[in-house]
Design a protein around this ligand. Structure first.
Ligand code: HEM
Length: 401
């Protein structure tokens, strides 16, 4: 087989949203530097092997500044000035401003709160025969946590706010992302004005701290402030919601592994390795975020041109047989497990400690409290959201028989 067959099989491409893994396996084997070219658009390269993805995550020839690709906007246009779309020194400045709120020591203090919210959500559906693990649990839990850290008041912590937030990135033709963006902008501007006038909750208040940093030392502009608030709300929610959904689905499909985990006490070693394995096995952030080549890059005999977009396929890297023995197998005790689910290098996930803690609290609890629940429909009929970067379910319907 040639190293660079031009076209991946159409059936694998068509099934990409529902099940990207056969497509990824094909890419790793036949086209480890695969390019898609469309008229009038920048070329998009897909990099699928673990070693390449990891090396390129720390390669300074790749830039995260979308201004290098004229006309290309990698997210809602009004919310694009944040650390995910910045190179040093802007990246360093913005990352330093938010990082302290997410250090593991501070995050660890949230455990009783996460536990209490998780129990409360499960209490609400205690007697229901039908439970949607996403709408009833994963969405409200993860949004509650990021709202608490940012200092978003409880009356804005609603399903409606979450829907508006998610609609800003919905690629479906039926969605109206521009309208959602306008609504969210109004909401965030009002919230920032409240922080400025000194209102808002005490305790954790990252947004209030960012507003003060901007006003007192000019370290963050108004546009960056709004974009950063948007970014943190989105990635604090969407990613971990996907971890809980994808992870529970994996456990439901592997009852023997689930039974292993259900038998554990909180804080046991297997809970820690299980969260890592679920992150690897069905990675919530399927592709790394926007990157483009700031200089030509040679890869597997091909050349990524300056200005081309490069998509580093984390979900593929994490299933690379060259790196992980029995990569398609779920093994909750897997060690070592140097997956790339949180990225690598300069842009390594700020929220990793929070996401890990939410997972470590939620999975054992769900296995206990939903022990009698099973999938309400066949796994291959579940609705996956057709997102650009993320991999997550729109719903995970369970039934107690
Ligand atoms: C299971 C959950 C999560 C996963 C799998 C995940 C994954 C990732 C990945 C892969 C990156 C690097 C992207 C790249 O280099 O292109 C990243 C960056 C980031 N993550 Fe997470 N994340 C998760 C949860 C969170 C949470 C809860 C937060 C909280 C706010 C968060 C905040 C961020 C931020 C701010 C960045 C950008 C860091 C930078 O550019 O320097 N993430 N995340």
């Amino acid at each position: 087989m040639p190293a660079q067959a031009a076209h991946p099989p159409a059936d694998l491409v068509a099934a990409r949203v529902r099940d990207p893994y056969p497509y990824f396996a094909w890419l790793r084997r036949h086209a480890p530097a695969h390019v898609e070219r469309r008229p009038g658009r920048p070329a998009v390269w897909q990099v699928s092997r673990y070693e390449d993805v990891r090396a390129l995550l720390t390669d300074s020839r790749l830039s995260k500044d979308p201004d290098r690709v004229p006309g290309y906007v990698p997210g809602p246009a009004g919310f694009n000035r944040h650390l995910v779309h910045a190179d040093p020194p802007d990246h360093t400045r913005l990352r330093t401003l938010v990082n302290t709120a997410f250090v593991p020591r501070r995050i660890a203090m949230l455990e009783p709160f996460i536990n209490a919210v998780a129990h409360r959500l499960l209490d609400r559906v205690e007697h229901h025969t039908h439970v949607d693990l996403i709408a009833d649990f994963a969405a409200p839990l993860t949004f509650r946590m990021i709202c608490a850290i940012l200092g978003v008041p409880e009356h804005l912590d609603t399903a409606e706010t979450r829907d508006t937030l998610m609609a800003t990135i919905a690629p479906e033709a039926s969605a109206d992302p521009a309208r959602a963006e306008r609504e969210l902008r109004r909401l965030l501007d009002a919230l920032i004005a409240d922080k400025r006038s000194g209102e808002g909750p005490g305790g954790m208040d990252l947004l209030g701290a960012l507003v003060r940093a901007g006003d007192e030392s000019g370290t963050i502009s108004e546009e960056e402030l709004r974009s950063t608030a948007y970014l943190l709300l989105l990635v604090g929610h969407d990613t971990t919601m996907n971890l809980l959904g994808n992870g529970m689905l994996a456990l439901l499909r592997h009852p023997a592994e689930a039974a292993r985990l259900a038998a554990q006490d909180a804080g046991s070693r297997l809970v820690t390795t299980a969260v890592e394995e679920l992150l690897r096995y069905d990675s919530p952030v399927r592709d790394a975020t926007f990157r483009c080549a700031a200089a030509p890059i040679g890869l597997h005999g091909r050349t990524i041109g300056t200005g081309d977009i490069v998509s580093l396929l984390i979900g593929s890297a994490n299933r690379d047989e060259e790196r992980f023995r029995d990569a398609d197998l779920l093994d909750l005790g897997r060690t070592p497990n140097d997956h790339l689910a949180f990225g690598y290098g300069l842009h390594f996930c700020i929220g990793a400690a929070l996401a890990r803690l939410e997972g470590a609290v939620a999975f054992p609890l769900l296995l206990k409290r939903l022990a009698a629940a099973e999938l309400a429909k066949p796994a291959d009929e579940l609705p996956w959201r057709p997102a650009r970067v993320m991999r997550g379910l729109a719903a995970l319907p369970l039934v107690r028989r």
